[in-house]
Write a protein that binds this ligand. Structure first.
Ligand SMILES: NC(=O)c1ccc[n+]([C@@H]2O[C@H](COP(=O)([O-])OP(=O)(O)OC[C@H]3O[C@@H](n4cnc5c(N)ncnc54)[C@H](OP(=O)(O)O)[C@@H]3O)[C@@H](O)[C@H]2O)c1
Length: 199
């Protein structure tokens, strides 16, 4: 697929590189396409990756990954241009009581928003395979075709996608994951994952 990553840091850089490696065409939408940091990222991402402005990347992508810090979400979406028909993956998190999911759905009303990849640290996205199985990527949204596309993008990089249904259900999952993180991260560090075993 043609994927734009708005944000080229831990999340955008990691997922963009992994999708490029799996044969997808990736454009990083960035404030400075010619920066030294972007040059290094493109070198490590290989021939399937390129960089452009945020607007160029949004025009390029069938799928847009929104991977910026919370205080940049509003300005980036305002700059993005027409999101009509685009699949917008929201992996942003906020820790100030505002729902990052609701915020992006409100600001990007003509996009097909899917909440995904936010429940995993970038270290697990870089390598979701553990001895006991693959990390689960919980996702939610309203648009069946967009959900299927995002599930495929998760599977492509070795994640086990689990559709939790509605935004309300995702809020509950996020609450549970956050609670577990507060207990497990001090014990195992950032690079542990949850996996939903099922028959
Ligand atoms: N880190 C994790 O493990 C993790 C896990 C789950 C969810 N998240 C969420 O994912 C999002 C990104 O986190 P991250 O760790 O990838 O952050 P990061 O490494 O700091 O990268 C953020 C990116 O946002 C872009 N950016 C920053 N300020 C901007 C602005 N004012 N306007 C436009 N673009 C701006 C930058 O791209 P350019 O400099 O190229 O423009 C930068 O590459 C956050 O919302 C975070 O809560 C992170």
């Amino acid at each position: 697929m043609k994927i734009a990553s708005i944000g080229s840091g831990n999340m955008g850089g990691t997922l963009g590189k992994r999708w490029a490696d799996r044969g997808h065409q990736v454009m990083f939408g960035t404030r400075d396409p010619h920066s030294e940091r972007m040059k290094l990222l493109l070198e490590s991402a290989g021939a399937n990756a390129q960089a452009g402005t945020i607007r160029e990347a949004v025009a390029f992508g069938e799928v847009i990954l929104l991977a910026v810090l919370p205080d940049a979400v509003e300005s980036v979406l305002a700059e993005a241009g027409d999101l009509h028909g685009k699949i917008l993956i929201n992996c942003t998190n906020r820790f100030d009581g505002v729902s990052a999911d609701e915020e992006v759905r409100r600001l990007a009303q003509n996009a097909r928003v899917v909440r995904a990849f936010h429940s995993l640290p970038w270290e697990a996205l870089a390598n979701p395979r553990y001895d006991a199985g693959n990390a689960t990527a919980f996702f939610s949204g309203d648009d069946p075709e967009a959900l299927a596309a995002v599930a495929n993008l998760a599977s492509d990089i070795g994640l086990d996608p689990v559709d939790v249904g509605s935004s309300d259900a995702m809020a509950k999952v996020d609450m549970a994951i956050g609670t577990m993180w507060s207990v497990l991260a001090p014990k195992f560090g950032r690079d542990y994952s949850l996996s939903v075993l099922r028959r």
